[in-house]
Write a protein that binds this ligand. Structure first.
Ligand SMILES: Cc1ncc(COP(=O)(O)O)c(C=O)c1O
Length: 460
């Protein structure tokens, strides 16, 4: 997959309005500053459009698929129309199903629970834990970290060639890494999987907010993503794709909504006739606001011109990478190398700095929110840092002496709502901190690096 770099259309290339643009936060050094949210990869701010759509609907809120009243009917229509909007956004095939879940983690766990008997699963060790861990009850093969996209395809082909050719198999791969932002060769991996009779699920948690995802064009069998990373933080996620395995599986949750008919048996038990549609895996009262907010975000991104958003984000990616490259103490983490296409997710370490300390100073002294740690991708980050990927150590904030190798990393991430000023401030902050050091003293409290209190905590 390549990143689209369509010609910029200046009229639509401003950042999209998001909530929180005017929120100020206190600086430990005194005064306040507008918060720079540069942790989109964890959770992106809500699009203003999503918030407005949800607010406009809220007075009409009603139960879904249960209720004869007008607002129940309206809410049910909204819910089902949202399913169609998401299917369109993902370029779903006619026979695909969109199942609403709570998140990517939930979607992948649902698919894991729906695997046919004896299914073999192939997953790279570089995956986010949400993609790495749900398959542990199946026959899993963990694939070594590839160092190029071509090597990723070769590794998969080799593993698939050795598999039992008659049983079902599933490959799980991320579209864009939550650590390096690098794009994985999804289309080529899908072709390799299918050539060996396997299916493939795309973890699009980090791809969908940054790049159009077309399930039919990529020829993947399923796509999973989360609303809260797609500017729709109301607790819903999506699993879209082939209906057959899901239709044949036990319902993910047993309860109302998933069942069509329930009756007592003469022997005292209960007979259940489960739905065969998406409802089979959506038991309980659906989160109509969460689902509607995802549909609203899909529409907003499409109407803004996703290619234009991609092009603007690529400009920001270049600026961040060029800015960081000017600071020799900074090492950007990369699996596939400098030329790999990537989205607005960049992780790095700073020589002589503990990453937690650096992230704390960015927050306390500049009002910039980034993330530090191992980003729920422990084996990958450890490989990139040159530490032992098998190290079972905790992902806390170990103190590193200046000059010592960092045991965790810093991640800056941004997207459709990021103003240029946030990027400029971030780059200025990185070079000032490296050049001048922190202006405050910090200590570790409950595993997190925090500023010391009081005037005495100011460094000389
Ligand atoms: C690549 C990737 N997959 C899956 C997830 C899990 O997403 P969620 O926490 O919304 O379930 C994340 C979250 O950071 C992610 O980055």
């Amino acid at each position: 997959m390549s990143v689209t770099t369509a010609a910029l259309d200046p009229s639509v290339c401003a950042p999209l309005p998001v909530l929180g643009q005017d929120v100020t936060v206190p600086l430990v050094t005194g005064g306040e500053v507008v918060y720079a949210a540069l942790d989109y990869a964890a959770s992106a701010p809500a699009l203003q459009r999503v918030w407005d759509d949800v607010a406009a609907y809220a007075p009409y809120y009603g139960s879904v698929h249960r209720g004869a009243g007008y607002l129940s009917q309206l809410s049910t229509d909204l819910f089902e129309n949202s399913r169609r909007t998401v299917a369109e956004f993902l370029g779903c095939r006619a026979e695909d199903q969109v199942v609403f879940t709570r998140s990517t983690t939930d979607s992948l766990n649902l698919l894991a629970a729906a695997l046919p008997a004896d299914c073999q699963v192939f997953v790279y060790e570089t995956e986010h834990h949400a993609s790495l861990l749900p398959w542990r009850d199946a026959r899993v093969t963990y694939l070594d970290a590839p160092r190029t996209p071509a090597q990723a395809v070769e590794t998969l082909e080799r593993a698939l060639a050795d598999r039992d050719p008659y049983g079902p198999a599933l490959v799980c791969v991320t579209g864009a890494s939550n650590v390096t932002g690098e794009l994985w060769p999804v289309k080529e991996l899908a072709a390799a999987a299918h050539a060996h009779g396997a299916r493939i699920v795309l973890d699009a948690a980090q791809l969908a907010p940054h790049h159009p995802v077309d399930i039919a064009e990529l020829d993947v069998d399923w796509v999973a993503f989360s609303g809260h990373k797609l500017y729709a933080p109301f607790g819903s996620g999506v699993l879209a794709g082939r209906a057959d395995w899901l239709r044949e599986a036990e319902p993910y949750l047993a309860g109302g909504g998933a069942s069509r008919k329930v009756s007592r048996r003469a022997d005292g038990g209960v007979d259940v006739d489960w739905h065969t549609t998406a409802a089979r895996h959506e038991a309980g009262s659906p989160n109509v606001i969460g689902v509607y907010s995802i549909a609203s975000a899909c529409k907003a991104l499409t109407e803004a011109g996703f290619d234009n958003l991609v092009a603007r984000e690529q400009e920001l990616v270049s600026r961040v990478r060029e800015g960081l490259a000017e600071v020799p103490e900074v090492q950007v983490l990369s699996l596939f190398g400098d030329d790999a296409p990537r989205v607005g997710v960049i992780s790095f370490v700073v020589r002589g700095w503990n990453s937690s300390h650096f992230a704390a100073a960015l927050s306390a002294e500049y009002g910039i929110g980034v993330r530090d740690g191992l980003f729920c991708a422990h084996p990958l980050v450890r490989t990139l840092l040159g530490s032992d990927p098998q190290d079972p150590g905790e992902c806390g904030a170990p103190e590193a002496e200046p000059g010592e190798r960092s045991l965790n990393a810093i991640r800056v991430s941004f997207g459709a709502g990021t103003p240029d000023e946030h990027i400029d401030r971030f780059l200025r902050a990185v070079s000032e901190l490296v050049r001048d050091g922190a202006r405050w003293n910090y200590r570790t409290e409950d595993g997190r690096c925090v500023p010391d209190r009081g005037e005495a905590a100011r460094t000389a």
